[in-house]
Design a protein around this ligand. Structure first.
Ligand SMILES: [Zn+2]
Length: 469
């Protein structure tokens, strides 16, 4: 059946226009004044007074990811359902290469996890954890799997961390094959040294997580990564930048004209180091790496969202129960009740990103609505090779659409959210602006708070190429 979204205001990364949208077979086929074209069988969705924006694209998530002796608590169904409630209709998750296995094995493992559960569309990056000669030689061929981005970790020593030689070789190989390298930029050796020292001194309270993950530990690795871009000439995307000094390194690189891009995450817009440092074990809720930093760092993150230093807002959604001992739950943050070093790292957020940025960014006047679309949708689609299928409202694009009421108020809470986790890092935050209807390829997934989607509907999006923004 044809659908017409009538009377709304369309916002894309490029402009804002008042126009109707025609959807046929999941694709946008016309934009304009379509009042005269309505047929009697058409479903007409009245969007008068509402905004019509591209569905969110979250480029950084970890659904059902094995980590720290447990697994993240949202799977590819619960995570997708929550994402859709919050206006996100596509995400890119991280498949991990297991030691001794190939990259394609890792991609296939994650594809099989997602296939039957997916309710929104998805893609994968592959994290390189075993950078042998064979692995590096394999890099160009994974493009055939629809995966055109790789991630390396400069942190998590003896687990995921790669050394500088491996990082340089991966950057060079990926860049030469037209692929994008992503980096978790914290100095894992410095973290390991600080951790050993703190634990030897009996410093196990939550606040010491921040002492082992200071801003300079992030900034050093970020700065080194930027220099590696200059050495290799290959493009780089720095994930989850949280520190002001890290962003200064990115700015330095971009001013030199280097192909370096940056992502931040919604939790860094609201949390600071104090959230981990106060309240005893409650602080474990906010432990992630890199952890949120000072309010000064936060002010630089916000500034960089506005001035173009940062291209994308992600979530790094990696939820763990605060109390994972209850029936049916996987072990959670309580694994670290005796020491911050054993707390599974990660925070939930896949549902909240879109509305949190609208509220903090657009309502405050920090960014325009068009910039909001760029940060939450269009730029990730462009960088990761999904544009214009995803990330925009234009003829020929998938009809992934959020009908958004800019006046509607909502108080974020774990009592009402849809993520499979027992706390919310934005608990009690009242936002103005809410997705009242969310469509994926023309199908309504959420209508006025009611779930209309289904497991198995979501499709893997094979990616090609990608842009340096
Ligand atoms: Zn992550």
């Amino acid at each position: 059946m044809r659908k017409i979204i009538q009377g709304g205001t369309i916002i894309t990364a490029g402009d804002t226009i008042k126009a109707d949208v025609l959807i046929e077979d999941g694709i946008i086929t016309a934009i304009g004044n379509l009042a005269g074209d309505i047929r009697k069988d058409d479903e007409v969705i009245d969007a008068t007074g509402l905004l019509v924006m591209p569905g969110g694209v979250d480029p950084h998530t970890h659904l059902e990811m094995p980590f720290g002796g447990t697994v993240s608590s949202d799977d590819f169904f619960t995570g997708h359902r929550a994402a859709a409630f919050g206006g996100t209709t596509t995400h890119i998750d991280f498949a991990l290469q297991a030691k001794g296995e190939s990259l394609v094995d890792g991609i296939n493992t994650w594809k099989s996890r997602a296939e039957d559960k997916a309710a929104i569309d998805y893609g994968f990056h592959i994290a390189v954890t075993d950078p042998t000669d064979e692995t590096i030689a394999e890099i160009p061929s994974i493009a055939e799997e629809g995966v055109t981005s790789l991630k390396v970790f400069l942190a998590y020593k003896n687990v995921f961390q790669v050394d500088d030689t491996a990082f340089l070789r991966i950057l060079e190989k990926a860049g030469g094959a037209g692929m994008l390298t992503m980096v978790h930029a914290e100095n894992g050796d410095a973290i390991a040294m600080a951790t050993d020292r703190l634990l030897a001194e009996g410093k196990t309270e939550m606040k010491y997580h921040n002492v082992a993950h200071t801003a300079i530990i992030e900034a050093e690795a970020t700065s080194r990564a930027v220099d590696f871009v200059e050495i290799t000439g290959s493009p780089l995307y720095v994930v989850h930048v949280a520190s002001g000094q890290g962003l200064q390194a990115i700015r330095r690189g971009r001013r030199k004209g280097l192909p370096v891009m940056a992502e931040t995450c919604s939790q860094y817009l609201t949390l600071t180091d104090k959230d981990i440092e106060t309240g005893g074990f409650e602080g474990a809720k906010y432990i992630c790496s890199p952890p949120p930093k000072t309010s000064w760092d936060q002010s630089i993150v916000l500034e960089c969202l506005g001035d173009g230093t940062i291209q994308t807002l992600a979530t790094d959604h990696c939820p763990f129960w605060f109390d994972g001992t209850k029936d049916g739950r996987t072990p959670g943050k309580e694994l670290g009740k005796d020491s911050w070093a054993k707390v599974p790292n990660g925070v939930p957020g896949i549902e909240d990103r879109y509305v949190v940025l609208w509220h903090l960014g657009v309502n405050s006047g920090l960014i325009t609505p068009e910039r909001f679309v760029a940060l939450t949708s269009a730029n990730a689609a462009k960088i990761f090779g999904m544009y214009p299928k995803k990330g925009t409202i234009s003829v020929g694009a998938d009809a992934d659409i959020v009908i958004f009421d800019p006046e509607k108020k909502h108080t974020i809470s774990a009592d009402t959210h849809h993520m499979n986790v027992d706390y919310n890092v934005y608990e009690g935050m009242e936002v103005t602006g809410w997705p009242v209807r969310v469509l994926s390829r023309g199908r309504t997934l959420v209508d006025n708070g009611e779930w209309k989607g289904e497991a198995g509907y979501g499709e893997f999006v094979p990616r090609t190429g990608g842009a340096v923004l």
